[in-house]
Design a protein around this ligand. Structure first.
Ligand SMILES: Nc1ncnc2c1ncn2[C@@H]1O[C@H](COP(=O)(O)OP(=O)(O)O)[C@@H](O)[C@H]1O
Ligand SMILES: [Mg+2]
Length: 489
């Protein structure tokens, strides 16, 4: 695979040495020029995916240069890293399509390096998806649908794939009523200072939504700092979040800022906040109330201006009731609540997600495959997707990775396809309009059958699911003549 080219434009080359080394280590090809004219020439000659630059250049204003570069290649990502504090400049830069505007004076060398690299990686990732979308958008001639969609209720439509069918809102695919409502909600709340709690089953896209909230907010120029609560060991969480002074404990060779300081001016994102220990909940509550932190071993109170967005897949309400999560913290985090519906409650999105991921992975693995057969789509749409979009994405990735030279995916191309055929948990029972006792018996028999089938006639498991004793269940099976039913069917 050819390497990804990144161009740095700055007359102060020395400033970049660490970053260049780091980028090279990550496998990027890096070129550096001092003047805008050279940058324009470079971009004319080679494909650069990202240009990282100063606004103060010896021959041309950086913002102007970025506009000229975008004219040459609209897919190029631009990141400013500059000494220029002008707000006007930063607004013009972002309006002109720059991905980021980072001030050289906004942190230590080390934290800046991290931030620049992160910003480049994020821009590349975004660029990759956009390129994919542009590619198919260029192919499409159905402007009507596009127009219909762009005049709809949601203000910001980023990408629509061929025939206008795929609808991507800031990287989130969704066209169902529930998702459109959610997008509208994101738009309404993103610029408010309030904390947001994003709730939903695992794999529903909570991370994407948290990020969209940040990107839509007026903090988008600031950092987005992710704190994965289950991943941080309890013993480290305090120093990770608040930082420490040199010598605060035996490993603290030098002063280090924590996540809160790094997120200053931006958003701090607590992923899976239900996993946070009670001890730590108290500390977090205090930061939210006082809006200042103290590094471990430090005496100075450092003010922090951050917006808190958290996600949870567990029902935090329940944890609060059980006394495992502090009620006062819960109310602080939950000023705005966004509930992401599970995929089985928005089946209309399934075909779009399938198409979207198919395009993504076909491009990534360089395959010819273009579609799923109608029959496959129909079955997958009825499947209950316990792992939600993550499960669906993994399935598509897997299928595309192993498929041979073929355009359409049929049943036989999907490993264990039969598994998708049983729409578990969906009980479709036609209850006759008749007297109550008869209808109830019919329902009960079908219910027992359905749960037992799902549990593959494992009586212990079925009785647990139904909340009955084994004996109780057995009695019912006898009554409905279902005792040997599983063996025969
Ligand atoms: N609506 C969506 N459109 C596109 N990709 C999605 C969508 N929802 C989830 N994904 C993808 O599914 C995976 C899981 O999403 P994630 O946000 O990590 O879920 P969660 O945090 O709710 O467990 C990610 O790869 C994400 O990009
Ligand atoms: Mg998550």
């Amino acid at each position: 695979m050819s390497k990804i080219n990144i161009l740095i434009v700055d007359s102060d080359k020395g400033w970049w040495i660490d970053i260049i080394n780091d980028l090279k280590k990550r496998g990027f090809e890096v070129a550096v020029t001092e003047r805008g004219a050279d940058a324009l020439r470079e971009v004319g000659q080679r494909k650069y995916r990202a240009v990282v630059m100063e606004t103060n250049l010896p021959d041309i204003n950086g913002i102007k240069l970025s506009e000229r570069l975008k004219e040459k290649d609209r897919s190029i990502s631009i990141i400013f890293v500059t000494e220029c504090r002008s707000i006007e400049n930063s607004i013009r830069a972002i309006k002109g399509g720059a991905n980021d505007y980072i001030l050289k004076s906004s942190g230590s060398r080390k934290s800046l390096k991290k931030r620049v690299i992160k910003s480049i990686e994020r821009a590349l990732k975004k660029g990759q998806l956009e390129a994919l979308n542009h590619k198919v958008e260029d192919e499409k001639d159905n402007y009507l649908t596009y127009k219909e969609l762009t005049t709809g209720p949601v203000q910001d439509y980023n990408n629509i794939l061929p025939d206008g069918s795929i609808f991507v809102y800031r990287g989130i695919v969704g066209k169902s009523k529930k998702m459109l409502e959610l997008f509208r909600m994101i738009e309404k709340i993103s610029s408010l200072p309030s904390t947001v709690l994003v709730e939903g089953e695992s794999g529903t896209g909570k991370d994407l939504i948290a990020r969209a909230i940040h990107e839509m907010s007026d903090r988008r120029m600031g950092p987005f700092v992710i704190v994965s609560c289950p991943a941080i060991p309890g013993t480290l969480i305090e120093s990770e979040l608040f930082g420490h002074e040199k010598g605060a404990f035996s490993d603290a060779a030098r002063t280090r800022p924590g996540y809160f300081e790094l997120a200053n001016g931006g958003t701090i994102f607590f992923d899976e906040i239900g996993a946070m220990s009670k001890e730590f909940q108290v500390k977090l509550l205090r930061v939210l109330q006082e809006k200042r932190i103290r590094r471990i071993g430090g005496t100075e109170e450092i003010p922090v201006d951050v917006r808190v967005v958290s996600t949870t897949n567990s029902n935090l309400d329940e944890l609060v009731k059980k006394g495992e999560f502090r009620e006062d913290l819960y109310y602080r985090l939950n000023v705005i609540r966004i509930v992401v519906p599970p995929l089985r409650e928005r089946k209309e999105d399934i075909p779009h997600l399938l198409e979207y991921f198919l395009k993504k992975y076909a491009a990534m693995f360089n395959k010819n495959v273009r579609s799923f057969s109608d029959n496959v789509i129909k079955i997958l749409q009825e499947y209950h997707w316990p792992g939600n979009v993550r499960e669906l994405e993994n399935m598509v990735e897997h299928v595309v990775a192993i498929i041979d030279n073929k355009e359409e995916i049929s049943e036989t191309d999907i490993p264990d396809f039969d598994m998708y055929k049983i729409p578990r948990n969906s009980l479709k029972i036609l209850v006759p309009i008749t007297n109550y006792r008869f209808a109830r018996d019919k329902f009960e028999r079908e219910y027992l059958k359905s749960v037992l089938e799902t549990c593959r006639w494992n009586i212990s498991e079925a009785s647990r699911v139904m909340g009955m004793t084994r004996q109780g269940l057995y009695k019912k099976l006898k009554r409905y003549n279902l005792v040997n039913y599983g063996d025969e069917n």
